[in-house]
Structure formats: C-alpha cells, structure tokens
Design a protein around this ligand. Sequence first.
Ligand code: NAP
Length: 319
Amino acid sequence: MGAALALAERGRGRTAPNPNVGCVIVREDRVVGRGWTQVGGRPHAEAMALAEAGAKARGATACVTLEPCAHRSPRGPACSDLLIEAGITRVVAALGDPDARTAGQGFTRLEAAGIAVTRGVRANEARRSMAGFLTRQALGRPHVTLKLATSLDGCIAMADGSSRWITGPQARMHAHLERSRHDAILVGRGTYEVDAPRLDVRLPGLEARGPMRVLLSSTVQDVPGWTVIAAPHDIAMPPRVDHILVEGGAAVASAFLAADLVDRLLFYRAPILIGGGNPALRDIGLTDLSAAHGRWAIVDARQLGMDRLEVYERERNEA
Ligand SMILES: NC(=O)c1ccc[n+]([C@@H]2O[C@H](COP(=O)([O-])OP(=O)(O)OC[C@H]3O[C@@H](n4cnc5c(N)ncnc54)[C@H](OP(=O)(O)O)[C@@H]3O)[C@@H](O)[C@H]2O)c1
C-alpha cells in the first residue's frame, strides 16, 4: 500500500474531477503491475496496472488506494469488472469511494465474484493523498492549502511591500514542489500588482506542471492568462480544480481563514526579524481566544536549509 500511495502522488493536482489513485499488483511477492490515475482522470490506476501485469494478474493481489469503481462510462470500463476479468484473487484497499456511482458497489461486485477484499489499510494516508477529491465530494469545493512565508516576528513583507525573498532557496524549491501538486494557485490583486508572480513550477523536470492561475479581486474582471474570481467561496467554480494553493497576500489569507475555507497550512518561517513590517494576517473574525484553540493539528515539521517548515491541518469532523 505504501508503494500504491507513492504512485498516487504522481497524479495529484492533475486528475480532477477524478481522484488521484495508485495501484500495485503483486504476485508471489513480486510487483507485476503499477498504475496511477493519468492526467485528466483516465485511464484509471487499476487499468494501467492491469495493462502492465498482463497475464501475470491471474491469481495476484491488487493494492489500491481507493475502492475500484463500479460505474461504466463512455471514457472507460468499470475497474471492478477489469479486476475480475483479469483473474485477481485479492484486493486490498485503503478507502471506500464516496462517489454515489460506486459507494460500496465496487467492493460488493468484487466479493460477489469470489475476490477476497480487505478494507481500511493506511486509510489516513489515503485520505490525505486524495484530499482534493474527498473535499469536493463532502463539501462541494476544492481542498485549500494556504501558504505563508514569514519572518520570526510574523511579517510577510517589509512595510514598503517588498517580500523577495523572506525564505531561502530550499524553502522556495519546496514551495515550487507544492505548486506542482495543485490544480490551481490563487493570489490577491495586491500580490498580483506588487509581485507580478509567474506562479509557475521552476523545478527541473516539472516545468510542464504549472497549475491554473487564479486571481481574487472584486474590482478586476478580465486578466489574460488568469481565471478571476470575485469572492473566496467562488473557488468552487473553476472546473477541474480539486486542490488549490492560496499564496497570499495578507488580505487574501485572512479572507480565506475568516471564511473557514483553509484545510491545510504550509508555514515557512525564516530566521530573520523585520520589525514594523506587514503582518501575515489581519482580522480573521476571532472574538474569543478560546475559539482559536483546537483548530489546527501539526502533521509535519522539518528544516529546509535555514528555514523551518510546519504543516498543519484543520481539525474538521465533516471532511
Ligand atoms: N511572504 C509571503 O508568503 C507572501 C505571499 C504573497 C504576498 N506577499 C506580500 O503581501 C503583500 C500583498 O498583500 P495584500 O494584503 O496587500 O494584498 P493581497 O492579499 O494579495 O490582495 C488584496 C486584494 O485581494 C482582493 N481580495 C481580498 N479579499 C477579498 C475578498 N474577500 N473578496 C474579494 N476580493 C478580495 C482585493 O482585491 P480588489 O480590491 O480588486 O477587490 C484586495 O484588494 C505584498 O507585499 C506581497 O509581496 C507575501
């Protein structure tokens, strides 16, 4: 399942509206097929892994990060049928598929064909991996990551607005890697005008993975090369966006937090003091300090050169 989860990451940010799934087919302790959801959502991970395995799939185990689909579509056959036809004898899955067209029917079809099914293996990691698809299914909007790069004293820019660069090269490379894992990146009109950001992926081999660029503005309507939205909740509108990265600035970050639209925080902190600079956040609608507690859980912390990265997830029951 670890290998299947790693393969699933290859499609992250590029498979919407389909989930980024990974699949590994194992026979007699050897991997005979590997697959992950391809750009645009097809072929599915299982179809790709079965194609690689060929006749070796007979009697093999398929490890897959999501329940194999039960619905046939004009774009391809149902993966549960493909697994049955290929002679797979065991399926190990991380998560059930909440999509109403599958929702347990994939497992039922496999079991009816005599295939042993194990569910729930490394489910939390799979939930994190497919956060975009799952958030879209549960809340009807993309999964939102907010990136903040601050000084030790919590500033995102000098008082004159200059913010290049707060963090060092390793942190910036990590931020570019994060860009490659999102369908879209959003900034506010302030950042657009001050920084004129390209929002591309400047990493060797990943240059082609530049996400859609989204601008938040209530005053500007048409900007060539950008999708403009007028309010934070409009992130649900652009099609084929399941993972969105919000890159600021302060007004936009605060607006997303005030609307409780942030699911994940990427917090890069540089060992510098600015003093009297622009704070990372403005009012986020907090009136009672006790309400600030229990909202964010740390899930990763690491050193990136001189800088510190901390990753937090919003504690939410419904997603
Ligand atoms: N260190 C970092 O991580 C980082 C990252 C990005 C930016 N920055 C810095 O941050 C500064 C810019 O931040 P900023 O706060 O001035 O500007 P900003 O947040 O980038 O953009 C503010 C604009 O976004 C739009 N906006 C914000 N909330 C909205 C809402 N609820 N509905 C609709 N539109 C909304 C408004 O545009 P309209 O007025 O057109 O409606 C507003 O004027 C720059 O100095 C930049 O260098 C730092």
